[in-house]
Design a protein around this ligand. Structure first.
Ligand code: SF4
Length: 180
């Protein structure tokens, strides 16, 4: 049975919350992750990080190999539970359909806009990345002229952990490769 572990403020949208939940997973879940990702449109499985990330509306959802699920921009607890239950059903479906899933089939990548990236930056225009504004950084990041780690406060400050994970999930789902 899925459960909610933590409800936190969401920096990406202060009117919403960030939720950490947990779904029940079996011991072999890590092996099943590519199959689960295959069933989620516009998702990406990042083997190195051990997570699946995808965009659902404005939300970025990340499923970790230990069953923890983080979600940004969630309306309330009820909505978070609905998402967790949906994910559990998808995991069950992946076990059922495993033999029919062709992992070699190319899958669509999501389209990420400058505003999507900007939403998951600190929005302080501190210039530590060498850019005048966070928007300018977002443009260069999407053009491949900047590395996500160039936004130092995002990786240094604990209060940005939520948006950092959201941004990495978003970039991962869009097919960007990075090392953190
Ligand atoms: S370092 Fe990060 S927070 Fe500072 S301006 Fe650049 S993108 Fe914005």
């Amino acid at each position: 049975m899925a459960e909610i572990k933590e409800i936190l403020p969401c920096i990406a949208d202060p009117k919403k919350v960030r939720v950490v939940g947990k779904i029940n997973v079996k011991e072999d879940f890590e092996e099943m992750m590519p199959y689960v990702a295959w069933l989620i449109p516009n998702s990406a499985y990042n083997k190195k990080m051990g997570w699946i990330s995808f965009k659902k509306g404005a939300r970025i959802i990340t499923i970790h190999s230990d069953g923890f699920v983080t979600m940004t921009q969630v309306k309330d607890e009820k909505e978070a539970m609905e998402i967790l239950n949906e994910i559990e059903q998808l995991v069950n479906k992946a076990y059922e359909k495993k033999d029919e899933i062709d992992l070699s089939k190319p899958r669509e990548k999501i389209n990420v806009t400058v505003m999507d990236v900007y939403n998951y930056l600190p929005k302080t225009n501190c210039k530590e990345c060498g850019e005048q504004t966070c928007i300018a950084f977002a443009v260069k990041l999407l053009n491949g002229e900047k590395d996500v780690k160039d936004c130092k406060p995002l990786f240094r400050e604990k209060k940005y952990a939520g948006i950092r994970e959201g941004l990495l999930g978003l970039l991962s789902a869009a097919g960007f490769e990075f090392e953190v």
